[in-house]
Each structure stands twice: as C-alpha cells, then as structure tokens.
Design a protein around this ligand. Structure first.
Ligand SMILES: [Mg+2]
Length: 367
C-alpha cells in the first residue's frame, strides 16, 4: 500500500487538459462555406506553385492525404480535392476566440500552436473540480461560439493528456485517471511517445520492444546506455510519468468582453445603457485572471451597422466606468450610426518583460 506522502509526491494529483482543434484551418473554411462540408478539402498552397497541405479535412484524409504533403501529390491521390488558399489572418482571429474560452477556466494556459494548448485546471473549482466536465464544457462552447469542433485529453500530466486528446479524435474527449495509468501504458505502442521517431522505434523493435510495457522491463541503466540522455526520460514516460509544468510561455496580452446586439442600438444613449453590464463582466474577467497589476491600457470597440469597426484606446491602469464612457463617446462620434457590437477590454503588460523605463528610467545606483 502506498503511503499518503507517496500519493502527494506522485504527479497524479494534477489535472491537465490538452485541447486540440480538429483539422483547424479546414474546419474554419467549412464553417464559412458549408458547401465544402461533404467534400475533401485541403488548405494550403497551390500545386502549380509547389505548395503543400497545411491542413486537410477528414474526408480528404480518407484518401491518405496529410499535412505537409505536396499539393500536386495530393491531387493525384484525390483528383476531386478542393484546394482552399491559406488565410492566416482569419485563423489567428479564430484562434484568439478559442483561447479566450480556455482562459475562462484557468490562467495556466500553454499554447503550443494556433489550435492547441495545455490547460492546468488543478486549482479550478468549476464543476466541483472535475477536469472531465470542464473539458466537455469547453468543447461545447467552442462548437457553439466559434462554430468548429475541438478534441480534449484529460490526464494527470502533459504527456498523457496529449496522447488522450488524440484517442477519440475528431470531436471527442478521453480521460486517463491516475488509477488508469498502469493499464493504459502496458499496451501503448512506443511510437506514441513524443521523441520516438522511426529511427528510435526501429532500434527498439530490434530489441523486441514494441510497447511501453516492453520498455518497462528494461532497467534505467540499460536505457541510458542504449538511448543516452533520452533513455532516462524514456524510463519515466513509459510508466506514464511526466513532471513538466504547464508553462505560460506566451503571457496573456489582453482581457476583453464583447456583446453583439440582436437589435442595433440606435443612439449614444442606448449604447451607454449597455455599458454597465459589459463593464461588470470585464471586471469579473480581470478579477478571475488576477492580473489587475498588469493593466497598462483600456480599449473600447464599436461595430456599426454595415460592419465598420472602430477601436479607441487610452493608456493607464485605472479601470472605471467613467473611462469607458469617455472612450465610448469618442468611438460613437466617429460614425454616429446604429451600433451592432460593443467590446470593452484592457491591455496587459507582459509578466517577464517589465517596461524598459522601469529598469532604466531611474538613476542607476553606484555599486
Ligand atoms: Mg489540431
């Protein structure tokens, strides 16, 4: 039997979610043009310009198509393929929308790419702390609010969470609880370990190692001898252990909230009447993210009838309704037309990157 201290030391105490949008670029394009839904599509560069596939949908994958495949080859395998040019600006906008949903659950978000992130929800009290139910809610919200599907893996560490998100893809989720780990690892093919490529897999297969269970039979010393530094890591990974923290390598740059109105707001007074509710929501978000001290500016966005959008900003740390009323007035006067959407936000200073003035503005003490 394990003692309490063993349990506490074991990284099974953490709750990590790996979220990964399904064929992200292709899903955004299918959302915007539903006639593409049933067709094999690939987003990427054109064959005539030696382009490659950035992402293809699942209909295209049935033909053996995959990311990084030359478009010319893809068209030979699948002559009916619809090639959609890449629109990074659009995907960046959608990525931000997906990520802002993540931040509603935790500030510990480590984005890996535009469509993938680790979330540490160990401290979250949402859904009584059930990471599985948090993941379900995130997936529901991404579908309802962004219009694409996302898969999730829930596990006690990053290594397992990433494997789990792929387990029931697309549009699925899979949970590996601490008590599942041993049984899960036994039959897991070694290729599932990040860092085990075809060369290492071949070397292992020559040693009759095909699964993580097989790897567990090899001593740490032997693994270090055969695979060098990676051997030590293999000894941990094949047992489903991974202590790497979710690191906030790209800190959050802003917090915002916005609302699109069913009926356009015809006057400045009508806009003003909505300010209170938006302001309260913004304050709630700032409090939850615990980053009051990092605020360096305030922004307000208005979208007018006809979709013209204008943004006004002011520098400063104070967040009060009076400031936003001032910004609203400035923005409104630019067009004086009915308003479809109002957004309020704050800009944040990066955590590890204090303003230069903080460092060098003051007199340097004599040392
Ligand atoms: Mg993805």
């Amino acid at each position: 039997m394990r003692s309490n201290s063993d349990v506490a030391r074991h990284d099974g105490m953490r709750k990590i979610i790996h979220c990964d949008c399904d064929s992200f670029y292709a899903s955004v394009e299918m959302r915007d043009d539903p006639s593409l839904r049933e067709l094999p599509i690939a987003v990427g560069g054109s064959a005539s310009r030696r382009g490659v596939i950035a992402t293809c949908n699942y209909a295209a994958r049935k033909y053996g198509l995959h990311s990084a495949m030359p478009m010319a080859q893809a068209l030979r395998l699948c002559p009916d393929l619809v090639v959609v040019p890449t629109n990074m600006e659009k995907y960046r906008v959608e990525s931000r929308r997906v990520q802002s949903i993540f931040y509603d659950y935790t500030d510990l978000v480590e984005p890996l790419s535009l469509d993938e992130a680790f979330l540490d929800v160990s401290q979250s009290s949402r859904h009584q702390g059930s990471a599985t139910r948090i993941a379900t809610e995130i997936r529901d919200r991404v579908r309802d609010e962004v219009g694409i599907t996302i898969s999730a893996g829930i596990a006690p560490n990053k290594f397992l969470a990433k494997i789990a998100s792929d387990w029931d893809k697309p549009d699925g989720q899979f949970t590996i609880t601490p008590s599942d780990i041993d049984a899960f690892m036994v039959d897991l093919p070694v290729e599932k370990i990040f860092g085990v490529g075809s060369v290492t897999a071949k070397k292992m297969s020559d040693m009759s190692i095909r699964t993580c269970g097989d790897l567990q039979g090899i001593s740490a010393t032997e693994l270090a001898k055969r695979f060098g530094k990676f051997g030590t890591r293999l000894h941990q990974l094949c047992r489903g252990r991974d202590e790497r923290p979710v690191s906030i390598n790209r800190t959050r740059k802003s917090i915002s909230t916005e609302r699109t109105f069913a009926d356009d707001l015809p006057t400045m007074a009508a806009c003003q009447s909505q300010l209170n509710i938006l302001f309260e929501d913004l304050q709630r978000r700032i409090a939850k993210a615990n980053c009051q001290h990092r605020i360096k500016g305030r922004t307000l966005k208005l979208r007018f009838q006809g979709f013209d959008t204008t943004t006004v900003a002011s520098t400063g740390q104070e967040v009060n309704q009076q400031t936003y009323l001032g910004l609203l007035t400035t923005a409104w006067e630019r067009q004086q037309k009915p308003v479809r959407l109002i957004g309020l936000g704050v800009q944040l200073r990066e955590l590890d990157n204090p303003d230069q003035t903080d460092l060098f503005g003051a007199e340097q003490p004599n040392l």
